[in-house]
Design a protein around this ligand. Structure first.
Ligand SMILES: Cc1ncc(COP(=O)(O)O)c(C=O)c1O
Length: 325
């Protein structure tokens, strides 16, 4: 239990927090990183912290099968399967037949883990949820107890994983004598930015949070709602309106379509710091950070925390000629 809610430890915590000296010199800002790409299950990534709550909830409810969804290269789906393997729960992934197929990237990792992966040929998650409900009925009829995790694990309970991350990183910063002014993180389904925002309100000593959207969802609304609902789980009377949420859009041509700026950002991080970002989430997020520095919105004396949320497996799914020209 944690916060009086079901919780199972899955991640190797705390993840590292340190200053990116070369990037800081390049951008003339004080840039720190939180290495949540190193959460220690499979290849790591942000979903592990959310799953510490969601899979504990599944276990507490006596579920023996966990189903979730995402695109074909979903990091969330892959990490859900990996965490299920660790806990001895059977995972079933019902993925949208969209994006890079075949044994590449996360689909290769799922094949290694021997996961039951099914595809639905659709653009809409509504169709996927209909199929998941059908499979769940079938499983119940066969005597199983399935647990459904919605896309990205971005429900109030999963969001608490990032409230914990905020508490952890502000504790690390304080111990290191660092005052963080602004947090930059990805908004893909919203739980990470919502958790960081709520956690920063609780533990962040006045810091702000900027979410970088990597798809065209209405993240101001999604985040405000998740913050408000997650706060209730913690018995905190905190509510936000969409106008109070800072989201910047850097998705380029669309979700999972690599952008020129995103790939440049992936290269800059690799060449300056030896850290691997990804073309779908963290590369575009770091591109947003670079752009906000260049435009002067992030001021010269600002101390910025960049949350590395993982995802590098997808570097091995896209055209290598596009990654490095
Ligand atoms: C590597 C990576 N970073 C960031 C995100 C975004 O997190 P969220 O879905 O909580 O917005 C995801 C979501 O899948 C991800 O895989």
């Amino acid at each position: 239990m944690k916060h009086n809610l079901p919780y199972i430890s899955l991640a190797q915590l705390p993840t590292p927090f340190y200053r990116l000296d070369n990037i800081s010199a390049e951008l003339k800002r004080n840039i720190y990183i939180k290495r949540d790409d190193m959460t220690g299950v499979s290849l790591g990534g942000n979903k592990v912290r959310k799953l510490e709550y969601l899979l504990a909830d599944a276990k507490e409810k006596g579920c023996d099968i966990v189903m979730t969804t995402g695109g074909a290269q979903s990091n969330h789906a892959m990490l859900t399967a990996a965490c299920c393997r660790r806990l001895g729960i059977e995972p079933i992934l019902v993925l949208k037949k969209r994006g890079v197929m075949g044994r590449k990237g996360n689909l290769l990792l799922e094949a290694l883990m021997g996961v039951d992966v099914r595809f639905v040929d659709t653009d809409s998650y509504d169709d996927v949820y209909v199929e998941m409900d059908r499979i769940a009925d079938e499983l119940r009829a066969a005597g199983h107890q399935p647990y459904l995790v919605p896309v990205g694990g971005s429900v109030p309970l999963g969001t608490l994983g990032y409230v914990d991350c905020a508490e952890e990183v502000f504790g690390q910063a304080k111990a290191a004598g660092v005052k963080i002014d602004r947090v930059i993180c990805t908004a893909g389904s919203g739980g990470t930015v919502a958790g960081m925002l709520l956690g920063t309100m609780l533990y962040g000593d006045g810091a702000s949070v900027t979410g970088i959207a990597v798809c065209d969802d209405p993240f101001e609304e999604i985040t405000a709602e998740l913050v408000t609902e997650s706060a209730k789980l913690l018995d905190k009377d905190i509510s936000l309106t969409p106008e109070q949420v800072d989201i910047r859009r850097y998705y380029g041509a669309g979700y999972a379509q690599p952008s020129e700026e995103g790939l440049e950002a992936v290269q800059m991080m690799a060449r300056k710091e030896g850290i691997m970002l990804d073309p779908v989430y963290t590369g575009k997020t770091f591109a947003g950070l670079i752009d906000l520095c260049r435009k002067g919105e992030i001021k010269e004396n600002e101390t910025v925390l960049f949350l590395h949320s993982g995802g590098a497996a997808s570097l091995f799914a896209i055209d290598p000629e596009a990654v490095v020209k």
